[in-house]
Structures are given as structure tokens and as C-alpha cells.
Design a protein around this ligand. Structure first.
Ligand code: ACO
Length: 325
């Protein structure tokens, strides 16, 4: 049986830091409120002029190629999870192939909102498990600052920009990506949405005047659904893979709000010390949160340890998977 294993990691965050202090000068909030209600201290922001999602994705991939001495010409496929592609058309993944020198790869974009990386990881693992592909990159990247309304205190405090990448390769040993539980229900479209710029409400002077190109969300409703869905999907994923919660060494949750993560940890009865968190530095980078956590904490993961990844995002879309390191 062929399994897919993560054999290399890369990450990238822009150098510009957006602090709570600065946000408190542009909207009616305070450093303490943001810290206490979200756990976020600062986030990174890409250059508005010359840094788009594909640039960050390519930087994360470059970091992976350099650190693990991977030849870009050997990469066969790249899956770019993003909710903020450079253009509606062409795919941002095509720009990534060019920028990263992936001359023998096909690529596609995958929009699963904050669950995009998990969906991409499972898709990439399936390509490897099929036996047809031996080197697949899954990269999660988002430039949330391009769709955030910096006049809306309910949402602008949460998001940041960044990218993280993993290389999947086959193994016949007993480790790698295990079974995944993935769900989407369409029930949350009104609670977390960028309304305009797509085929339903194409960009017009009216959509611009109505601020309809920015994220709008019902934070409290998203919060409640995130806790319930991530806990339920995690429990299902543990059952699917015949694991008990006690056998999980590390949990890698989507980083949307530290209080969401705490509530999930309580529901799963997994001690908070086992939950990996970097939300204080980066905020919610949507498709990039999970690979950025993997990248940040890779040194802590020991061979044979069990990881649980769980995500929740717009759609709603959510899920969980287990992975033996
Ligand atoms: N500073 C000060 N006060 C604020 C701020 C702020 N930045 N934001 C909201 N408030 C106020 C509200 O206006 C409200 O005031 P009111 O009682 O006078 O009406 C009060 O704080 C409480 O509001 P709640 O929404 O109940 O606050 P909550 O503790 O739920 O925190 C938050 C709000 C941080 C948005 C939280 O609900 C949250 O994190 N939700 C999840 C959102 C999320 O993760 N979205 C992205 C999903 S990922 C994706 O797919 C892109």
C-alpha cells in the first residue's frame, strides 16, 4: 500500500508587521481587546503594490526547495490552496509554476477557504496513493489584506498574509497522511463572504460603492460553528483512523481565533500543551495557517508521532485528518 508522506516543508511571511497598536489607531478597538478576544498580537501584511498570492506561494516553495535540496524539475504537480488568487483567470498556480521553475508540473488552484490546505493535502495524498505521481507540492497561500476592510473592526483585526508549502512523496512504510474527514454544506455563505467580483455580482461602480469586495462576516456565528464542526470532524477522523485522543501527540488546528482553538481542545479532551499555535504572530492567514504551523514547529515532531489537523472556514467547509510523522 502506497501512502503519502510530508518529506519537505517551506514557509514565507511578508516582513511588514501590522500590530494591534496600529489597528487601534485606525478602528475603534484596543490592543487588549484584540489580544484577549482573539489571541492575536500581530500579523504580516504583503506589499499592496508588488506582492500577490503567487509571489508568497513561490517564496514558500523556494524556501522548501532550498532547505531540503529539492530539484524543482522533479515536481510533477502543484496544488495551490487559496481564496485570494492573483486573478480570477489565469490560475495563480500557473504563475507559481513559472516563478518556482516547476517546468514539469501541472498545477491548479483550489478554493476551500480556511479548509483549502486540508482539502489540498488530501487531494495531493490521493495523487501519490494512486501510484501515478511521486512528487506533489501542496501550497496554501493567501493575501487576506487584499479583501479585508480596514474600516471594519469585526474582521480587520483577524487576518494576515502568508504562505506555507509541503512536498508529498510516496512511502510503503507505516507513516504519512491517513484518512480524512471533509465536509462542505453551503449553509454559511451569508455568514462569511466576499460578495462581489465573481460571476454573481461582477465588479461594477455599484459593487465598489457598496464595499462588496471586502469580507463580511457574522463573527459570533462563525465562532460557534467552527468549534462544533472542528470538534466533530476531529472525533470522526480519530474513529476513521482507529486512534484515541490520547494517542495524538500534536494538534494542528486552523488558526482563526485562540478561543476557538481552546474550545476545540476542551471538547476533544486533548491538553492545550499539545495544540500548536502561532496565531499570535500571524493572525488568520486562511489557506496558509496549517502549513505555517507545520513549518514553524517541524522540529518538535518526532518520527512516529501522530498529528491531528483540523480546519473550518467559509462555505462552511471543514474537516480533519490524521498524519503519522
Ligand atoms: N474591538 C472592540 N470591540 C469589538 C471589536 C474590536 N475589534 N470587534 C467587535 N467588537 C465588539 C462588538 O461590536 C460587540 O459589541 P456590542 O456588544 O456593543 O455589539 C462586542 O465586541 C462583542 O462582539 P462579539 O462578536 O460577540 O465578540 P466575540 O467575542 O465573538 O469576538 C470575533 C468577535 C473576534 C470576530 C469572534 O467572533 C471571532 O473570532 N469569530 C470567528 C471569526 C472567524 O474566524 N472568521 C474567519 C473564518 S476563516 C475563513 O474562512 C476566512
Amino acid at each position: 500500500e502506497i501512502r503519502a508522506t510530508i518529506s519537505a516543508l517551506g514557509g514565507y511571511v511578508p516582513s511588514t508587521v501590522l500590530t494591534n497598536q496600529f489597528l487601534s489607531t485606525i478602528v475603534d478597538t484596543s490592543e487588549e481587546w484584540i489580544m484577549q478576544r482573539t489571541g492575536i498580537e500581530e500579523r504580516r501584511i504583503a506589499s499592496a503594490e508588488d506582492e500577490a498570492t503567487s509571489d508568497m506561494a513561490a517564496s514558500a516553495i523556494q524556501n522548501l526547495l532550498d532547505n531540503y535540496k529539492v530539484n524543482p524539475e522533479e515536481i510533477e504537480a502543484v496544488i495551490l490552496a487559496t481564496a485570494t488568487p492573483d486573478y480570477l483567470l489565469a490560475p495563480a498556480s500557473s504563475l507559481v509554476c513559472k516563478k518556482s521553475g516547476l517546468i514539469n508540473a501541472f498545477g491548479f488552484d483550489l478554493n476551500g477557504a480556511c479548509s483549502g490546505f486540508l482539502f489540498g493535502l488530501t487531494t495531493g495524498a490521493s495523487l501519490i496513493e494512486s501510484g501515478r505521481y511521486k512528487k506533489v507540492i501542496v501550497v496554501g497561500a493567501d493575501k487576506m489584506s487584499s479583501i479585508v476592510d480596514y474600516k471594519d473592526r469585526n474582521s480587520c483585526i483577524l487576518f494576515g498574509d502568508g504562505a506555507g508549502a509541503v512536498l508529498l512523496e510516496p512511502t510503503t512504510e507505516d507513516y504519512g497522511v491517513m484518512g480524512s474527514v471533509m465536509k462542505t454544506d453551503g449553509g454559511g455563505t451569508d455568514s462569511l463572504v466576499v460578495k462581489a467580483g465573481g460571476s454573481r455580482f461582477p465588479a461594477s461602480a455599484e459593487t465598489v460603492n457598496e464595499n462588496a469586495h471586502y469580507i463580511k462576516q457574522n463573527g459570533a456565528l462563525v465562532f460557534k460553528n467552527a468549534v462544533e464542526s472542528m470538534a466533530a470532524a476531529s472525533t470522526e477522523a480519530l474513529d476513521l483512523n482507529n486512534l484515541d485522543a490520547e494517542e495524538i501527540d500534536w494538534v494542528i488546528p486552523h488558526q482563526a481565533n485562540k478561543r476557538i482553538i481552546q474550545a476545540v481542545s476542551e471538547r476533544l479532551n486533548i491538553p492545550f500543551e499539545k495544540i500548536k499555535i502561532n496565531i499570535e504572530k500571524y493572525g488568520n492567514t486562511t489557506s496558509a495557517t496549517v502549513p505555517l504551523v507545520l513549518w514553524d514547529f517541524a522540529e518538535d515532531f518526532q518520527p512516529g508521532q501522530n498529528l491531528l489537523i483540523t480546519t473550518f472556514g467559509a462555505g462552511f467547509s471543514w474537516g480533519a485528518t490524521c498524519l503519522k510523522w
